[in-house]
Structures are given as structure tokens and as C-alpha cells.
Design a protein around this ligand. Structure first.
Ligand SMILES: Cc1ncc(COP(=O)(O)O)c(C=O)c1O
Length: 401
């Protein structure tokens, strides 16, 4: 029997160093806990890391998607295409604007909506009401962004890149560069590639859109004297701008990210290359060790021309052939100190969406869901721990014998 690990292995977690703690402590000892200089510093560093011109930090990856949907003026009468295999947030933000969803199927080997699945979804809908497309870089891989953009045609593409900070694609492409999307979003939830506690960003190369996103992030208000509408209120008797004045010109929210979070995010961003390298090395180890467990247990199929940063390590297990339920495998793994999770129950199967749109069949997403299991993957995991996970999975499933 394989010896138990020294610690419980969750499917994902942050790695926080003394430098991160010091960066946060410095903000806590300073004057500005929010709307201070760390926000701009973090935004600038992410602009550098992704190659995109404008970065708008906000309170979560969900808030980032919500701001993007609002900035596209999605609303009642509109629709947006979202892959069925994603986290709730990608679709929910569309509904929050009043627009409806068109769920696209995914490739059952990768979990990704590619150009073909997008075209099929657009043709199936056929309403002419689709106003945006939200592809998702599941687990860190991305389906060819240029082909997705071509399949989207004139429709704006908002890439939900929450899993894929650090992923490279094509020749010289970086997820977040917004070459093939009007906006991209990232999340800094602790299981993601870098952690800020909570946090997210919307990224764009469109300056006007960035300005709009900043305004929506802050209650729809502006302090830009040049854009004031109510001159009678904005200025004093001498025509000088009133120093206290601000104007609300549209409906917005407080989606700001604090300096405390930005300091942590900035410190973590400095380690992005190291985190990605470690994740890639652990994934290579998993791939190698899992070979004898095929075909019962298989890694995700790999996308051509993509060097993923790997947010998740997902295997596909044929539980029907195994004759064991997934919950039983998960329970046995948990007893052995190994945490796992399922990413994701397809959205069209969620009660809310099934009630709204009725039963529908998206076989790629359904097959993927039946087989998916996310194994532990996080930056301070060791290769020995990867070997332990695979050996334990082999014992439980009997796949290696
Ligand atoms: C694909 C995807 N989109 C959006 C989100 C939302 O990000 P956050 O948790 O930062 O709101 C997540 C988070 O798990 C996600 O996995």
C-alpha cells in the first residue's frame, strides 16, 4: 500500500510567501486601503504581462464578466452564446443584464467550445438576437482564438480567461492580449493561477471601452470635468469646477478592488512565470504517470498551438466501464488525503437554466461531465505528491493492473 501523504491535497490552492505578506502589510500600514496607488500599479503590471493596453481591476472574476456584459449594453431582447461547460458566472452575468443565453456544446475531449461548436450554436439559435459570444478557456487551454473570432463574425467576443493567465497560443499570442476578443476577463480567486483573495480584471485594447468599464465599476459616476453635463451644478459662480462635484451618467455598481487585494495580486504576479512553470512540470508528471491507467483514465486531449498555464488538472474516467460511481471514487480518494472536484455540471442542466430554457441535449458537455474529475494541482505540490495521487487512483480504480 502506498504510504499516506504528509498533508491533505486539495484540488487547488494558493501559494503565499513572506513577500506577499509583506506587500499586504505595507498597504495596511499606509494611508490608502482602497482607490490608492496599488490599483494602478496592479493594472499596469497586468497590462505588461498580457500585452493589452487597458486593464480595469474589479472585485472578482464575476464582476469582471458583469462589467463586460454591461459595457456591451446587453439587455432584454438580446442573447449571448456561452459554452455549457463553464462556471455559473459566465452565464449568470448575461442574465443579470436581462439578456438570454444560447448554450453551445463543447468538445468532449477538451471541454472547449471551438469555432465549430460556436457556429453550430449560432445556427441552432437562428434568432438574429445574439449580440455577444463568451468563449471560456477551460482548465487553461484555449481553442484557437482566431478561428473563434472568425466564427463569431461581427459579434463581439468576450473571452472568459479566468482559468488561463499565462497561457500562450499560436505564434506569439498570449491569453489576455485581446488580439481576438474585444475584452478578456481574469479571476484571482485563491485556486486560480495567481491569488488576490478575491479579485478580477477586465482587459481591452479599446480606450473608450476601458473608460466606460471604469465608470461602471464606480457607480456609473465621473469626475471628468470635460464630460460634465450639468454645467449649472458642476461650476461655481465664476465658472470654476466645484471641487466636490461628480456626476452619475449611467447605472453602475461598486465593483472596485481594494489596494489590499491589489498589493497581493501584484506581488503574486511577479511570480507568474514560476507558478506557470511549476504547473506545467506537475502536469507533465501527471501525464507521464497516467499512461498505464489508459484507457480507463485519460488526461484532457491537448489543443494544438496552445501552451496552457493549467489552472486545473482534469482527467476523464469511464465510470460506467469502471463499474464504480464517481462519488465513491472521490470518497476513497478523500480518505487517502486527496481532494477532488467536478468542473462542471453543464449549465443547461442547472435547475435555473433548465426551468428557463427547457430540457436540451448538448452531448459533448454531458459526456464530458459524466467523466470529469479534477485532481490536485497547485504551485507548492511536489512531483512525489503527483505520483502518490496517480498511484492511489490506480489502486482504487484497478486501472493500473
Ligand atoms: C470560468 C470562470 N469564470 C468566472 C469565474 C468567476 O470568478 P470569481 O470567482 O473570481 O468571481 C470563475 C471562478 O471560478 C471561473 O472558473
Amino acid at each position: 500500500m502506498t504510504p499516506p501523504p504528509r498533508r491533505f491535497l486539495p484540488y487547488g490552492r494558493q501559494q503565499i510567501g513572506d513577500d506577499d505578506v509583506a506587500a499586504v502589510a505595507q498597504v495596511l500600514r499606509g494611508d490608502a486601503l482602497t482607490t490608492g496607488p496599488k490599483v494602478a500599479d496592479f493594472e499596469q503590471a497586468l497590462s505588461h504581462a498580457t500585452g493589452a493596453s487597458h486593464v480595469v481591476a474589479c472585485s472578482s472574476g464575476t464582476a469582471a464578466l458583469h462589467l463586460a456584459a454591461m459595457a456591451l449594453d446587453l439587455g432584454p431582447g438580446d442573447k449571448a452564446v456561452v459554452p455549457a461547460l463553464t462556471f455559473l458566472a459566465t452565464a449568470n452575468v448575461v442574465r443579470l443584464t436581462g439578456a438570454e443565453l444560447v448554450f453551445a456544446d463543447v468538445d468532449p475531449a477538451t471541454g472547449l467550445m471551438g469555432a465549430q461548436e460556436l457556429s453550430t450554436a449560432l445556427a441552432r439559435d437562428g434568432s438574429g438576437q445574439v449580440k455577444a459570444v463568451f468563449p471560456v478557456h477551460y482548465a487553461g487551454q484555449c481553442a484557437a482564438p482566431d478561428k473563434l473570432a472568425a466564427a463569431a463574425g461581427d459579434l463581439p467576443v468576450v473571452a472568459d480567461s479566468c482559468h488561463a493567465l499565462g497561457t500562450a497560443y499560436g505564434s506569439g499570442g498570449r491569453v489576455g492580449d485581446c488580439r481576438h476578443a474585444i475584452m478578456e476577463t481574469f479571476s484571482f480567486h485563491p485556486v486560480k493561477i495567481i491569488a488576490a483573495g478575491e479579485g478580477g480584471v477586465v482587459i481591452t485594447n479599446d480606450g473608450e471601452l476601458a473608460q466606460r468599464l471604469r465608470r461602471l465599476r464606480n457607480h456609473g459616476m465621473t469626475r471628468d470635468t470635460d464630460s460634465f453635463i450639468r454645467d449649472d451644478l458642476a461650476c461655481d459662480g465664476k465658472g470654476e469646477p466645484n471641487p466636490w462635484y461628480y456626476e452619475m451618467v449611467e447605472l453602475g455598481l461598486n465593483c472596485r478592488l481594494s489596494d489590499i487585494h491589489c498589493a497581493l495580486g501584484l506581488s503574486q504576479l511577479g511570480k507568474l512565470d514560476t507558478f506557470c512553470a511549476v504547473r506545467r512540470a506537475l502536469v507533465a508528471r501527471y501525464d507521464e504517470k497516467l499512461v498505464p491507467l489508459a484507457p480507463l483514465v485519460r488526461p484532457l486531449s491537448r489543443v494544438a498551438d496552445c501552451d496552457p498555464a493549467w489552472h486545473l488538472y482534469v482527467v476523464r474516467i469511464d465510470f460506467a466501464v469502471l463499474g464504480m460511481e464517481r462519488a465513491a471514487v472521490m470518497a476513497r480518494l478523500k480518505e487517502a488525503g486527496i481532494g477532488t472536484q467536478v468542473h462542471y455540471l453543464p449549465l443547461h442542466m442547472q435547475p435555473y437554466y433548465r426551468d428557463r430554457y427547457g430540457e436540451m441535449s448538448l452531448p459533448g458537455a454531458e459526456v464530458f461531465y459524466q467523466q470529469a474529475l479534477s485532481l490536485p494541482l497547485f504551485p507548492d505540490m511536489t512531483e512525489e505528491e503527483v505520483e502518490y495521487v496517480v498511484a492511489t487512483l490506480g489502486e482504487i480504480t484497478g486501472a493500473a493492473t
